[in-house]
Design a protein around this ligand. Structure first.
Ligand code: ADP
Length: 265
């Protein structure tokens, strides 16, 4: 579904991504975790063919995104749901018009099917009342939820979410994560990736984590493996950020009691 092979990118002679490689298979859910500025958005932009890499191979659904025509890219992107940080809704369209626009351009659904789907999506994100509202009438969290509903409205095979919860309160973050799980989980063959700088969000989203630091993939494994067997740097980076995260996640990962006592304060 997603292949990055030795991808590098520099801006103004400053290396931003160095030799990034990872694969994501059908049905996989992955957290792309790393501090702000480490290169997560650049990875997503390269993957979507919005920015060319300087070197390396990029495939999205089998299409070489670094080296195909705009028309070929559009055919691939019709199968992809992408939600950007700020929702990226069209200001001049109502909520339903925003979602209709995506579905009209990316699916072959009839108007009735689309309307029913919009009802379902808005109910899932608990925003039924906003159907005919404009983005300026919505809060930041509401826009984010509509952006995610729109990304998922086209039944995408690959779902990409860039910092879907940053800057949102814990309750809204939970609604958004549940929504991504619920809507994204409808198609068992679809792959989804959430980019985040929050260890908690990354843990809650997926069992597999790709950890990026200063433009490099420093680890790609399950949480349990990384926490117990990762390099000293990885263990240090993660354990510093476990403080305050609900203990139930540690139990779910079946981490040893000793580890929990030592690191999961
Ligand atoms: P993240 O999503 O992890 O916060 P980004 O991919 O947005 O990181 O940015 C990684 C680095 O690349 C940052 O230092 C950022 O300033 C730089 N960068 C991103 N886009 C550009 C650009 N178009 N021109 C110059 N520098 C950029």
């Amino acid at each position: 579904m997603i292949v990055l092979d030795a991808v590098s990118k520099s801006y103004d002679n400053t290396p931003i991504l160095k030799n990034i490689s990872f694969n994501i298979k059908p049905g996989e859910r992955v957290s792309l975790l790393g501090p702000g500025g480490c290169g997560k958005s650049t990875i997503l932009k390269i993957l979507l063919g919005l920015t060319p890499p300087d070197a390396g191979k990029v495939e999205l659904l089998g299409m070489n995104m670094a080296d195909s025509s705009e028309d070929q890219k559009i055919v691939t992107l019709q199968k992809v749901g992408m939600a950007f940080q700020q929702g990226a809704l069209f200001d001049f369209m109502t909520v339903e018009e925003n979602i209709y626009f995506a579905m009209e351009n990316m699916t072959k659904m009839s108007r009735d099917e689309m309307s029913t789907k919009i009802d379902q999506l808005l109910a899932t994100v608990k925003l039924e009342r906003t159907r005919t509202m404009f983005p300026h009438e919505l809060s930041g969290g509401m826009k984010r939820r509509i952006g995610i509903a729109r990304a998922l409205s086209t039944n995408p095979i690959v779902c990409l979410f860039d910092e879907p919860t940053s800057g949102l309160d814990p309750v809204t973050s939970t609604i958004i994560l549940n929504m991504i799980h619920e809507l994204g989980g409808e198609n068992k063959e679809s792959a989804s990736l959430v980019s985040t700088s929050s260890v908690e969000i990354a843990i809650r989203f997926a069992e597999r984590v790709i950890l990026v630091d200063k433009g490099e993939v420093v680890a790609d494994d399950s949480w349990k493996k990384l926490l117990l067997e990762g390099s000293d740097w990885v263990k240090h980076f993660l354990s510093l950020r476990l403080i305050g995260i609900d203990l139930s996640y540690a139990k779910e990962m079946e981490l040893p009691e000793e580890f929990i006592k030592l690191h999961w304060k």
